[in-house]
Design a protein around this ligand. Sequence first.
Ligand SMILES: Cc1ncc(COP(=O)(O)O)c(C=O)c1O
Length: 384
Amino acid sequence: MSSTPRIPFQIFRPNNSYQSAVEKLNGQYEHFRTNVVQKGCIEKLKRWYPNGKAYLTQSATAGLMMAADSIEFAPGDEIIVPSFTFVSALNPFVRRGVQVVFVPANKKTFGPDLDYVQQAITSRTKAIMIMHYGGVPCASHQEITALSDLARARRIVLIEDAATCFGSMIEGKPLGSMGDYGVISFDITKHITSINGGLCLVSSEHDDSNVAQVYHNGTNRKDFERGSVDFYDWHTLGSKYAMNALSASILLAQLESAAEVLGHHLKLSKLYIDHLEDFAQQIARQVYPRKEMLSNGHLFAWIVDDAEEQKALIQFLGDHGIECHSHYRALHASPMGLSIGKKIGDFTFTEQLPFRIVRLPIHTGLDSADIIRIASVIKSFYLN
Ligand SMILES: Cc1ncc(COP(=O)(O)O)c(C=O)c1O
């Protein structure tokens, strides 16, 4: 056992300015009613997401529920989804009675394999969901654009799950804003957080009045707030998807230093690459993301060969005071996935992947010395 300080997997970055934001709300009923803090967040977020419409939500999951409620699904409609993703991404569509069609992960980015996505398209395909794993684009800009063009030509809705991608860009475009709908998560597990929270990005090509109704319990509350109607009424499916003012106060404070936080994450990610990539190659392992990949530094992982090595390495790092974790399970092989899903493609790699990822700590509580320490413990696991 090590006597050096423990390195936690994740931290909540201390920030005093959120307390003053919360203090301003105290006793101010009108501030809650008029969503003054949420509006402040949306204003700040315009810098990150200048195009289309952005809705502040309770979570990325709520953003996906908004997309699911906004799309007109008919019986028999299908949605193509990655098997390797977080479970909350699929529930919104299953609830609406949509047939899920799983595709495998690609070996490079761990996002969905876009060749299989194309193979899975049928006359019943109503939507395609892509997912960018750990802040890394699932494919090249050209490939994503080609998919988006194909989807538009076939009248298929493209949903971009960019839950872990706050701050990730490809060819100047923020991840999350390339599809018809995109989501970002501000969960406590993300580097910019509102504890629970998210963003639903809606392309400007969509009927915003419909999405706005979905966001407000399926009502035209927005017209009421504008003063254009005396009462608001129930028009469509929807729910109370909006983020609350306390979460928004935390987010507002977090956004003040977002660029700095992202810079720190990218610095740590680069340090991991500098200290681990060559070694990984020498012993036929991998780091994720690799040097040439675009990323926001949200996640850094060491890729092992199998479940036995994964378990032993996580244990070894834990014994040395370093908390590490595996990640998503393959959803096509879950009890629910098996009972409701169809699948297209070869899932050998996708079924191995959950047992090959060891996520390493990456957060603002760490400095270069910590990364060097983690890298040296990983090396000692293989060399001793
Ligand atoms: C790919 C993906 N989609 C969706 C989510 C759900 O995000 P939230 O917890 O904000 O609902 C997550 C959570 O990490 C995720 O990793």
